[in-house]
Design a protein. Sequence first.
Length: 372
Amino acid sequence: MKISFGAKAIEGPFGGGNEFLKNLKNFFEEKGHQVVTHLNDVDIDIILLTNPLVGSQTSTFNNVDIDYYLKFKNPNAIVFQRINECDERKGTNYLNSEINYRNKGVDLNIFVSEWLRSVFEHFSIYNKKYFVIKGGPNEKIYNIQNKKYWNGADKIKLVTHHWSNNPMKGFKVYKEIDSLLNQSSVYSKLEFTFIGNLPKNLNLKNTKVIDPLVGNELAEELKKHHVYVTASINEPSGNHHMEGALCGLPIMYVESGALPEYCSDYGVAFEKESFLSSLKIIQRDYQNLISKLKNYPYSFSYAAEQYEKVFIYAVNNRAELINQRIKISKVQVVLSLIISVLNKTLYKIKRSIFILLGKIKRYIQGFFIDQK
């Protein structure tokens, strides 16, 4: 198969979605499939749309580009969309409608959790043929090799990590944990580490804060700890808690979004007000949980195999899927492409202006500081 991914890889820490797509590209290439990140070739079998929105830092093409490709270059390609975001996650009020609108030409949808699909219940996207394929980190990196477990007597070491500093990642709870460490009775029994990017106005004075890590460095740091904590709100999937679980850390999680789908058998749910009580349950059941985690199912290999299966299914059922495709006229496609190009151009101009204004502002501020 020739597969086109609509995303370029960003090297270094850039969130779980970026890591997953990098690993998926490598998986298919190792399996003998050809992977590209463009729509230049006329013999593409599978197109995977990842983010159709204007302004995406990683996208290499959007839904309009795909419509043009199908109409004028190759009508036999099958189009998937991997859906891993929503308004509920971002705290916005346009994303769901935009994803639904830009999904018209997609043949098959892949949701990263049952919860995320339920979010779109009142949109037309909900009625399309779909698959739920849960994500998974690379178990060659995130594993229990050289893991040191809690001995039941030492301080219990808690950890979380987030590349994004979006408030929805759970920083109110992390601040609360940090505040609990003000109490000498708590401080003597536990430690808390945060890896990643904090909001600028957040100071965790009792927490060990480490700059963003990725790959083996992140895995080795996670393995130094005993329990993973995630307070992420309306998480569609998330890689962070899975990376912790694969490194042998029982998970303390809030019952929000898809977290229960991924975490319920491998940790304990908690609320901010009863955090210490939930931690005691983790400590009491620690040995049982680390035993379960040895069979934690959400690894990259499992997810990648599911992708290969659904891609093969699509190729084998190509004629049927194409026949069910929504028909779009050539005129509509060309007009949409013109509008899309204009929107991208305007976005780039707007972004350049904001960057320039920011530089001017910093220069003026620096000038007046120097005058003082």
